[in-house]
Design a protein around this ligand. Structure first.
Ligand code: GRF
Length: 194
């Protein structure tokens, strides 16, 4: 069994899709949810799936031994970021090389990097008059949004769409693809585009 930890800071709609997708999976299991936000919606979702939760402070997050021991105690094989807002410390990327995945709500390398998250991304896409947007699933290294791209899904952006409409269209793509891209990556089958 391959054991996943999902890290999330917010509402957790992607985390929910991942938990549901792997709930009865024969070889992949979500064993832990980690959040930096004690009010995150994802905590209630994890509870409904019976998945243990750990809430971490910034101090906890920087403590190598404590973090690695905590993940080891759940025998975590892969970390999946689903709306987790903190940059990962090097000891985590080093301990899980090519075993940390993230989803970003734009077509990277466009609209990535520090400060580009949530509505900021979609507002930037809107103001630039882009004709398309989408989501990117990538491996995580020490820089925001720069790890190897595994998968991108594209959607058209029409002149009638405002930033919240772009956001909800992209989020639907995220929900549709993130769980199966994780599954395929773990199974050794990388995918580059939809
Ligand atoms: C998603 O748009 C994801 O791409 C980004 O953060 C958002 C998380 O949304 N990294 P949710 O918490 O999964 O609803």
């Amino acid at each position: 069994m391959t054991r996943l930890a999902v890290f999330a800071s917010g509402g957790g709609s992607n985390a929910q899709k991942i938990m549901a997708y792997f709930e009865h999976h024969p070889s992949v299991k979500v064993v832990l949810v980690v959040s930096n936000n004690p009010d995150a919606g994802v905590l209630g979702i994890a509870d409904r799936f019976g998945i243990p939760v750990r809430i971490i402070s910034r101090t906890d997050f920087r403590q190598e031994e404590g973090m690695l021991n905590m993940l080891a105690s759940f025998r975590v094989d892969y970390i999946v970021l689903a709306g987790f807002l903190w940059l990962l410390p090097h000891f985590l990327t080093g301990h899980y090389p090519d075993r940390i995945l993230n989803i970003h709500p734009s077509l990277l390398p466009k609209y990535g990097g520090k400060g580009m998250y949530g509505h900021f991304v979609h507002e930037a896409v809107f103001h630039a008059g882009e004709k398309e947007s989408g989501c990117t699933i990538h491996l995580v290294n020490d820089a925001y949004d720069e790890g190897r791209i595994l998968f991108q899904a594209v959607c058209p952006v029409t002149p009638e769409m405002n930033a919240p409409e772009i956001a909800s269209t992209v989020l639907k793509l995220e929900h549709a693809y993130y769980p199966s891209v994780i599954e395929n990556y773990i199974a050794g089958k990388d995918r580059i585009s939809s």
